[in-house]
Design a protein. Structure first.
Length: 65
């Protein structure tokens, strides 16, 4: 495992000015969760919206001059 370090010069809400920080770098293996979330997004995008209007596709350019 690799460790990275840095100095935060201008401070922030969480770190005072010139704070020395170190953290461990590791790969998070969440491919399954990412794929499941992506699948839910595509399923949602695939659903049609029942607006009750039958001519929406014919009127999609009405706002154009």
């Amino acid at each position: 495992m690799k460790t990275a370090s840095f100095v935060r010069w201008n401070g922030s809400a969480f770190l005072p000015d010139r704070s020395r920080v170190a953290f461990d770098l590791r790969v998070l293996d969440d491919d399954q969760a990412d794929r499941a979330a992506q699948q839910r997004i595509y399923e949602s995008l695939g659903q049609s919206l029942a607006s009750g209007e039958t001519d929406v596709s014919q009127r999609h350019n009405e706002h154009q001059p």
